[in-house]
Design a binder for this molecule. Structure first.
Ligand code: OFO
Length: 166
């Protein structure tokens, strides 16, 4: 039987991942409204990944005979002043999620819950990738600056993102 404090925090993390899903879905809608289809595709893939992150924990909690309790999803921000601002928000959000995962790891270790600690290892590695990818896009947007052709080239490149398993 899973520790109650760990169960509670895993439920909170399911909520964080679903909030992430909503944030990126909202960014997808923003990019669609700006006719930046490639940026929108990238965000659609990102949102799908977040749903899969939530489901990973959902399935794990069920497997441990814990009780999944879904919580309300916050209304996400709907508008940004520029693609740079949206991706800066995404990068900041990923850093926040990394802190949440780290806190969960600390709790699993404190409770000597090795199975949860082991399950979280995937998330620890994933967060390295999530921070790196969003930060790299912020850097690229800064490089092209206000340049229309530069932004369109970047839009094309981001639109080639493929769906992955996670
Ligand atoms: Fe963006 O990695 Fe989950 O939340």
């Amino acid at each position: 039987m899973i520790d109650k404090a760990v169960e509670k925090r895993l439920n909170d993390q399911i909520n964080e991942e679903l909030n992430s899903y909503y944030i990126y879905l909202s960014m997808e809608a923003y990019f669609e409204s700006e006719s930046l289809d490639g940026f929108a595709t990238w965000m659609e893939m990102q949102a799908q990944e977040e749903m899969e992150h939530a489901m990973r924990i959902f399935r794990y909690l069920n497997e441990r005979r814990g009780r999944v309790k879904l919580q309300p999803i916050e209304e996400p921000k709907a508008d940004w002043n520029s693609p740079q601002e949206a991706f800066e928000d995404a990068y900041e959000h990923e850093q926040y999620i990394t802190r949440k995962i780290d806190e969960l790891v600390d709790l699993a270790e404190e409770k000597e819950d090795k199975a949860t600690r082991n399950m979280l290892e995937w998330f620890v590695e994933e967060q390295v990738e999530e921070e790196a990818s969003t930060e790299a896009i912020v850097d690229k947007i800064k490089m092209v600056g206000e340049s229309g052709p530069g932004l369109l080239t970047l839009d094309n490149a981001l639109g080639r993102r493929q769906a992955t398993d996670e």
